[in-house]
Design a protein around this ligand. Structure first.
Ligand code: PLP
Length: 391
């Protein structure tokens, strides 16, 4: 037996358990992508899987900005932000988004996952309390483990339960953290109520707006603006650049005091190479398109309305979502997989989301719509769903 085999044996048996349960995850290679048209296993598919909600990942202006910045700055940033890796486009991006959303400062991270680890582990300590919605993103939960503070969760969207958790935490420093838009359900957090609770209980409200930024609110600023809130109500916010912005990375926005502390204590910021400057330049160009072209959001909203009306007509069970995330709840994991497979056969890529990503018994198709879709794409999906359900 080779050294260390115990770990490989256990790993293999855990994977086998997933396989037996029909829950094994597998990576699929996309061989070609032209916005929502993708090619997998040489099959042409219309994708309803991406988070590129505004169709910016392959926008010519965004690509040109990236190429131009690569010519000027090269590819790698060569170092962490604190050691010479903080280049012009990084600084410009932080300043632009902070000003646009009305915050004093912003800090760039390589991914949203790392931003959440950095914020919570950088600001919270043992003995503190972090109150979270049960359906918050995995990175917010993982961050609490890293911080060593107490995790107090409340049932999804239940404001009264959140209040009880804040009350029970007592007179320790408290962070109230919530997704703005829940990534597997597509619904919005009750942010006005959470903001009021945070004030009442002297907690710091932190909103992870990975799926709201670029899409929601009158100008695409995000879920707080959609619900009539602003920087005063949400003192600390995270936005990602890999979803509606179509690039990669994440920004944390807050007061100078909080951002300064993150520069000192957010280890994923301190000890990791800065994003390629060309990616920051691409994000700047993409956000310029977000701000200049509200018609992308209008088209997306029209597609969402068309899809929801269509599903209601064929008697499908939709979740309560006004965002581009439109899950179709099935419950049973095998049924979700079979429906995804049937759609695949008809040239539609719609992923089945199964436990443990979602709670047991709540398997679903996670349909995401994009401004890059046409009304005909949505109709094709509706017809295929109708056919698959009728069988
Ligand atoms: C996608 C997502 C993240 C992670 O962002 P990445 O930039 O993809 O690492 C964090 N929070 C939520 C709610 C997300 O949906």
């Amino acid at each position: 037996m080779s050294a260390g085999a115990a770990i490989a044996t256990r790993a293999a048996s855990r994977t086998a358990e997933r396989e037996v349960a029909g829950l094994r995850r597998a990576v699929r290679e996309v061989e070609h992508a032209d916005r929502v048209r993708v090619c997998v296993d040489r099959r042409e598919l219309c994708s309803f899987a991406s988070n590129d909600y505004l169709g910016l990942a392959q926008h010519p202006e965004v690509i040109a900005a990236m190429k131009g910045a690569a010519d000027r700055w090269g590819v790698g940033s060569t170092a962490a932000h604190l050691l010479g890796g903080h280049r012009g486009p990084h600084a410009q991006l932080e300043r632009m988004v902070a000003d646009w959303l009305g915050y004093e400062s912003a800090l760039l991270f390589s991914t949203g996952y790392l931003a959440n680890l950095g914020v919570i582990a950088g600001l919270m300590q043992r003995g503190d309390a972090c109150v979270q919605d049960k359906l918050n993103h995995a990175s917010l939960i993982d961050a609490v483990r890293l911080a060593g503070c107490e995790l107090r969760r409340y049932p999804h969207g239940e404001v009264a339960a959140a209040a009880r958790q804040l009350q029970a935490a007592g007179a320790v420093p408290k962070l109230l953290a919530s997704d703005g838009v829940f990534s597997m359900d597509g619904d919005l957090a009750p942010l006005p109520q959470l903001a009021a609770l945070a004030r009442e209980h002297d907690a710091l409200l932190y909103v992870d707006d990975a799926h709201g930024f670029g899409v929601l609110g009158p100008d695409g600023q995000g879920s707080p603006e959609q619900l009539g809130l602003g920087a005063d109500d949400v003192p600390l916010r995270m936005v990602t650049l890999g979803k509606a912005v179509g690039c990669a990375g994440a920004l944390v926005l807050g007061s100078r005091v909080l951002i300064d502390a993150l520069v000192q204590f957010a280890r994923p910021f301190v000890y990791s190479t800065a994003l390629p400057p060309a990616v920051a330049a691409a994000a700047l160009a993409a956000i310029a398109v977000v701000r200049r072209e509200p018609q992308r959001r209008a088209h997306l909203q029209a597609l969402i309305a068309r899809f929801r009306a269509g599903v209601a007509q064929i008697g499908g069970e939709l979740m309560d979502s006004s965002t581009p995330i439109q899950p179709l709840l099935l419950g049973d994991a095998a049924q979700a997989s079979a429906l995804a497979q049937a759609l695949w056969q008809q040239g539609l890529y719609v992923p089945a989301i199964r436990p443990p990503t979602v709670p047991a018994g709540s398997a679903r198709l996670r349909i995401t719509l994009s401004a890059a879709h046409t009304a005909e794409d949505v109709d094709r999906l509706l017809e295929a769903l109708d056919r698959a359900r009728a069988r």
